[in-house]
Design a protein around this ligand. Structure first.
Ligand code: CDP
Length: 255
């Protein structure tokens, strides 16, 4: 478990050999594993492991809005429920959704909404349930990334996928994809997301201390990392269909 209480933060976030504490280079992502279509009872689903983060996303919709008064006569609505399991962090998290979970749900909604054609679905809702089972830094980015895949898996028309990653600054150096300990002990954390159909940044948050002149460097690094993750998302979607194709090859079900 890499999550430490404040007094236990390491003094240095780089090893003697110049690598980060988990052995990564400055621009290196944590290992990412993505899978789609893993929950039978959802319209669409995806699972992600990103470093020590483990996150499920399940999608339903378009469907009737509950409670009814939330329905909009001229367009569909997107509702995102980001939740952290009580066992997902070092100190027990209270089961009831707190302010942080509500804020992150809202942020993820804002990231995903631009790629949906909500105007085509008046009076209905799309719901995305995100469950963080294990958390180790960057869960809002990982959740956005896996939620976009679950929407695509549900067959919901989308302008493009959405991808998210954080860049930041630790011990004076700009790095990609902060781990939990880097997020807490580093100087700055800048989560961002991109909608690929227009290549616009749909999320840019900032926490910490950095020179605004460095913003271009941060964004350049983020863009390269986002492209790398986008390829993984596409491969996860393709591999589901390759598996189906292999199973139902020419109408012949392979045993
Ligand atoms: O996860 P993300 O970086 O998007 O959000 P954060 O609020 O900056 O949280 C950073 C990390 O702190 C999380 O990924 C968790 O590992 C940890 N955390 C925790 O230990 N207890 C909480 N109640 C919330 C977050």
């Amino acid at each position: 478990m890499t999550l430490l209480i404040k007094d236990e933060y390491p003094e240095k976030l780089f090893r003697e050999d110049g690598k980060r504490l988990d052995g990564r280079d400055l621009k290196e992502l944590r290992p990412i594993k993505l899978e789609v279509g893993i929950l039978n009872n959802a319209d669409g689903s995806a699972y992600l492991e990103w470093g020590n983060n483990k996150i499920f996303a399940a999608v339903y919709g378009p469907r009737e809005v509950h409670p009814h008064h939330l329905a909009k006569p001229d367009k569909g609505i997107l509702r995102v429920f980001y939740r952290m399991a009580t066992f997902s962090v070092f100190e027990r998290k209270r089961p009831a959704p707190g302010r942080r979970e509500k804020e992150i749900s809202m942020i993820i909604t804002d990231c995903l909404e631009p790629v949906l054609f909500l105007e085509l679905y008046p009076g209905t809702s799309f719901e995305v349930f995100i469950d963080v089972l294990d958390a180790d830094g960057g869960t809002r980015c990982a959740s956005t990334t896996v939620a976009a895949l679950a929407l695509a898996d549900a067959g919901i028309p989308m302008k493009s996928l959405v991808t998210s990653v954080a860049v930041g600054k630790i011990d004076g150096k700009i790095v990609v994809d902060l781990s939990g300990v880097e997020d807490k002990a580093g100087e700055a954390d800048l989560p961002c997301a991109i909608t690929w159909f227009n290549e616009e940044i749909s999320l840019l948050q900032f926490d910490g201390d950095m020179d605004l002149n460095e913003l271009d460097t941060f964004l350049k690094l983020a863009k390269d990392a986002l492209k790398e993750i986008y390829e993984m998302q596409l491969n996860a979607l393709k591999s589901k269909y390759i598996t189906i194709q292999e199973k139902y090859n020419g109408g012949q079900v392979k045993q």
